[in-house]
Design a binder for this molecule. Structure first.
Ligand SMILES: NC(=O)c1ccc[n+]([C@@H]2O[C@H](COP(=O)([O-])OP(=O)(O)OC[C@H]3O[C@@H](n4cnc5c(N)ncnc54)[C@H](OP(=O)(O)O)[C@@H]3O)[C@@H](O)[C@H]2O)c1
Length: 117
């Protein structure tokens, strides 16, 4: 998903796209992007925060098997770095409905959206 979103943003010619990938990443990303290698496995969010500083938006397209608190950590880092918009990698149902959220695969991840408030 991330590769396709990046490709289409680049096509507009109006955006600088900075994919955030893990140091071990073998993801194939489009030409024209400057990849930020970030080890976000630990609790220290300083590197994520620095990478996000002055970005206009954080678009999360992380794999479902990613640890559920990883997305929350990124949303918190974005808030600390004053990123005004975060697009989480889930959408389509009421995030305030805990029963519905907990009933879906996205359950615990949905707390990420509240971390940015
Ligand atoms: N694929 C679809 O058709 C589709 C459709 C609708 C919604 N979605 C949603 O969109 C999101 C992204 O889907 P996707 O298919 O693009 O995901 P994906 O290819 O499985 O993973 C995207 C990236 O997540 C990163 N990642 C971080 N932690 C990981 C971990 N523990 N295990 C594996 N990867 C990890 C990896 O980046 P690096 O290795 O580069 O660091 C990986 O390339 C998901 O939430 C999915 O549910 C996907």
């Amino acid at each position: 998903m991330g590769k396709h979103i990046a490709e289409h943003l680049l096509k507009t010619g109006k955006r600088i796209v900075t994919p955030i990938a893990r140091p071990s990443s073998t993801s194939k990303l489009p030409k024209g992007v400057q990849i930020a290698r970030v080890d976000y496995s630990g609790d220290n969010d300083a590197t994520s925060m620095e990478t996000l500083r002055e970005q206009q938006v954080l678009i999360i397209t992380m794999s479902m098997p990613a640890l559920s608190d990883t997305i929350t950590k990124f949303v918190r880092a974005a808030a600390k770095a004053d990123v005004p918009y975060v697009l989480p990698n889930w959408f389509g149902h009421d995030a305030a409905n805990n029963t519905l959220c907990n009933d879906s695969l996205l359950g615990r991840k949905t707390t990420a959206c509240f971390a940015a408030k």
